[in-house]
Design a protein around this ligand. Structure first.
Ligand SMILES: [Zn+2]
Length: 266
């Protein structure tokens, strides 16, 4: 996503859209990276939710009322304190009353100061068509349904863990994996399944292999010690946990590869 618009609807489960909202807030404002660096002061405070230019709008009880939206509009006239763009995150945006949504229209179309509006919603139908038509829609609602990893993403993961790569190119691979069309924890689950299969081959376990199509490559890796393989699976799971709780995919990928490298399993 290179072009930045100023109003988005993030459609999907709350947890997912909150995560994506943070990513957008950082992408728009990070001074270091093309995407975001997660290291700078700005990224870290956006992630932690304590940046002075980050605003959250929550429902009062069952709705987001027009009074609340008027406050947002007032505040949108103030330029950012230090960020490139102020970020307004509307939680359960579909709970805005029709009156509230109408009040927001003009600011949504033509904000008075550099900002982005992020409307998180699970229910597009509850938003007025006039609101929807002024926003870019990012749909995360079906992302976790299939749990299938695209072949090209699998290929990248396999290249690193099975075929082994020059460790100096690791930045490139981390970048590819964070940009991939699959969630980091899902790709890592796949990696764990590969190590489990290698272990199964090694121990001649009767457990059915998940990645039978890779049998030859997996057999090659079965010369690793069982202990190292068990450790590898543990490392992968600790990073799945990290990515789920902390949400920093880039860091999790680095930690994963460093850990596997240390165990000499990749
Ligand atoms: Zn940054």
């Amino acid at each position: 996503m290179r072009r930045i618009f100023h109003a988005y609807i993030l459609l999907g489960p709350e947890k997912e859209t909150i995560k994506k909202a943070k990513e957008l807030a950082k992408t728009v404002n990070c001074k270091n990276a093309l995407r975001y660096c997660d290291e700078c002061n700005c990224c870290r405070r956006m992630e932690a939710g304590c940046h002075p230019d980050l605003f959250h709008v929550f429902p009062d009880g069952f709705s987001i009322k027009v009074e609340k939206i008027r406050e947002v509009i007032m505040s949108s006239h103030q330029p950012p304190v230090e960020a490139k763009k102020k970020v307004y995150v509307f939680h359960e945006a579909d709970k805005m009353t029709p009156e509230a949504q109408n009040a927001l229209l003009k600011t949504l179309e033509d904000p008075p100061t550099p900002l982005i509006f992020l409307l998180l919603s699970q229910n597009l139908k509850a938003l007025l068509p006039t609101v929807v038509s002024r926003c870019q829609i990012l749909d995360y609602s079906r992302m976790n349904e299939g749990k299938t990893i695209p072949e090209d993403v699998k290929e990248i993961a396999l290249e690193v863990i099975i075929r082994g790569i020059d460790f100096s190119k690791i930045n490139l691979y981390v970048q590819k994996l964070t940009d991939a069309e699959a969630e980091a924890d899902e790709i890592m689950e796949f990696i764990a399944s590969v190590y489990r299969d290698i272990l199964a081959i090694k121990t001649k376990s009767r457990a059915s292999l998940k990645n039978r199509d890779l049998l030859d490559e997996l057999k090659e890796k079965a010369k690793l010690s069982s202990q190292a393989l068990v450790k590898a699976i543990e490392i992968v799971y600790s990073q799945i946990e990290a990515v789920k709780t902390k949400g920093n995919e880039t860091l999790a990928w680095y930690n994963l590869f460093m850990g596997l490298k240390e165990q000499e399993v990749m």
